[in-house]
Design a protein around this ligand. Structure first.
Ligand code: SAM
Length: 288
């Protein structure tokens, strides 16, 4: 995963001064906004974009005059943009946010619906074909359906994805699908309701499970479950999550616990990827 550098926006300003002043303003505000995890990090991390790390596609370059702006110094073309829509969240996951929440940025400094569509449009014109909406919790943004509707209408965008905790997702899903959302990552760290309440400091395990089921029933082209693994907390459930994929057509992604300022990170709680794999292999759960 790579951070989208501020350079992209300043490069846009250099190449398209007619369109760029607003984009710069919007982009800079975007960089200054949202992700609670990045509160204590530098500005370049506040709008984060991910990359498929592909080589520069010849076609994209010839068809889209701005797309070389999205090539990094290793020659990789970045076609994947993540937009953090809000820093608010309806959970207080211990590994992510302090119990009291984070200090919120004034609304006037956050991107409006129109600004999001405008800056996303500039990225899509430049070759981005996948956008992921995240946060905070993107589903608590009141204009989420409208944002999806207008983003999915951007010519050239193939995938509109969302990373969500699933707490209020199920009832919004049919409309979100109509509005063009086509891929979902739902975060779920435990299959045990009581542990969910402990880890997230909120109730709601059954609602998240309902959202996973609703996503499958509605036929989303991709449903992934994000599971952050912490030693002594949920590392005993790794095989249960793998087993869950027998009944549900979802991909489970086990995520190493990462340190952020203000979270409860401790190296002893980190379960390295190789150890997770060992657990799965030695338990033989991968056998059909
Ligand atoms: C910050 S959340 C935002 C989107 C949404 N609220 C959600 O819960 O999916 C995005 C992803 O980051 C993961 N995450 C948060 N803190 C983490 C940490 N310390 N280490 C690893 N992953 C983390 C979450 O589990 C989630 O899958």
């Amino acid at each position: 995963m790579m951070m989208m550098p501020l350079r992209c926006l300043s490069e846009l300003a250099r190449r398209r001064p007619d369109r760029a002043v607003d984009a710069m303003r919007v982009g800079l505000r975007c960089l200054m906004s949202t992700c609670p995890l990045s509160k204590a990090t530098d500005d370049s991390q506040r709008l984060y974009a991910t990359s498929s790390c592909a080589n520069v596609p010849e076609v994209a370059l010839s068809e889209a005059p701005l797309s070389d702006m999205l090539v990094d110094s290793f020659g990789r073309f970045h076609n994947y943009l993540r937009i953090s829509l809000t820093e608010r969240c309806n959970l207080r996951c211990q590994y992510c946010m302090p119990a009291q929440g984070v200090q919120l940025t004034p609304n006037s400094e956050l991107l409006s619906h129109d600004e999001i569509i405008r800056v996303a449009g500039l990225f899509v014109t430049s070759g981005v074909d996948k956008i992921r909406l995240t946060g905070g919790e993107p589903t608590i943004r009141k204009d989420i359906e409208d944002i999806c509707l207008h983003l999915s209408g951007l010519k050239g965008l193939k995938t509109l994805a969302m990373t969500t905790n699933g707490l209020v997702l199920s009832k919004k899903l049919p409309r979100l699908k109509e509005c063009g959302l086509n891929a979902l990552n739902i975060s779920l760290d435990t299959l045990v309701p009581a542990k969910f309440e402990f880890m997230t400091r909120r109730k709601g395990h059954s609602r998240v499970m309902e959202s996973i089921d609703a996503s499958i029933q509605l036929g989303f082209q991709s449903v992934k479950v994000n599971c952050v693994v912490m030693r002594g907390m949920n590392d005993d459930e790794i095989c249960d999550f793998v087993e869950m994929t027998r009944d549900k057509p979802v991909n489970v992604r086990f995520i190493e616990f990462m340190p952020f300022d203000g979270n409860v990170w401790n190296v002893k709680k980190l379960v390295p990827y190789a150890e997770m794999m060992d657990k799965v292999v030695s338990a033989n759960v991968l056998k059909v």
